[in-house]
Design a protein around this ligand. Structure first.
Ligand SMILES: [Zn+2]
Length: 257
């Protein structure tokens, strides 16, 4: 599932290629991706242009020269492609520009959504999207974290607490901060919470620097080692998978307590 670093890469694609050119037509190839009606989506965008590409957690926000903002959520898997010519496979929506190029919203496993809003803050509140994990400052994080209950991993993945982190990056943050994912966040001392905050920032920034490609992550990351039989890059011990909770999580029982 695309998480904050992935969506940041999509945001950069949109920012580099897809701004300040008039949208000639919007093609919706799968009605389910349009959270409002495809007609409304098309009418809100046609003749206008995207002025900015912003991000909040896993949402890509594209304000237009009109009154509205297009919001993209990539669901289980998805990405953006900008090209001239053939429509790529799994393109569920296409924004055609007057210059002959198109921006494609690709979504192979569905569950991706396109929304139209005229108020980003109201939209985020309605979707219960908390502050973006990379935009959150240390003191604001501490204030929120000190009131939070539950396991560290669940807290990191709770989009209303912090937005942008999912299954894969929450494992990496716990690994880098050396906390067992099931440790209760309210059992952490102030110093430990600061450590968690810095691990969160380092992991997300580093992932973006490596274009959010798992195989290209640095050697001290466990993301490329999410397999049973793999070894911990820190201590050389076996990586464990805990299968009890949903999709399961990976950790090193020796390094994470
Ligand atoms: Zn280890």
């Amino acid at each position: 599932m695309p998480e904050l670093p992935d969506v940041e890469i999509f945001r950069r694609t949109a920012e580099t290629h897809a701004l300040n050119q008039a949208i000639e037509a919007v093609e919706i190839d799968d009605q389910k991706v349009a959270a409002s009606s495809p007609q409304n989506l098309s009418e809100s965008l046609r003749g206008y242009w995207f002025t900015e590409a912003k991000r909040r957690g896993k949402y890509l926000l594209m304000p237009t020269s009109g009154e509205t903002v297009l919001v993209m959520h990539f669901g289980m898997t998805g990405w953006l492609e900008y090209n001239q010519g053939d429509k790529p496979g799994y393109a569920k929506a296409t924004f055609n520009y007057t210059n002959g190029y198109s921006l494609h919203f690709i979504n192979p496993r569905k569950l991706g959504r396109l929304y139209i809003t005229d108020d980003i803050e109201a939209f985020c509140q309605y979707m219960k999207a908390g502050p973006d994990a990379l935009a959150l400052k240390e003191d604001a994080f501490m204030e929120r974290a000190q009131k939070k209950k539950g396991m560290i991993k669940s807290a990191l993945m709770d989009q209303s607490f912090i937005s942008g982190i999912g299954n894969i990056y929450s494992d990496e943050i716990c690994f880098q901060a050396r906390f067992h994912p099931k440790t209760k966040i309210n059992d952490l001392s102030e110093i430990q919470l600061v450590r968690l905050f810095h691990a969160m920032n380092d992991v997300l920034q580093t992932a973006i620097e490596h274009h959010a490609i798992p195989e290209k992550m640095p050697a001290h990351f466990i993301i490329p080692r999410r397999k049973e039989g793999e070894y911990c890059p820190r201590c050389g011990g076996a990586i464990k998978k805990d299968k009890r909770s949903g999709r399961g999580f990976y950790f090193c029982p020796h390094c994470q307590e």
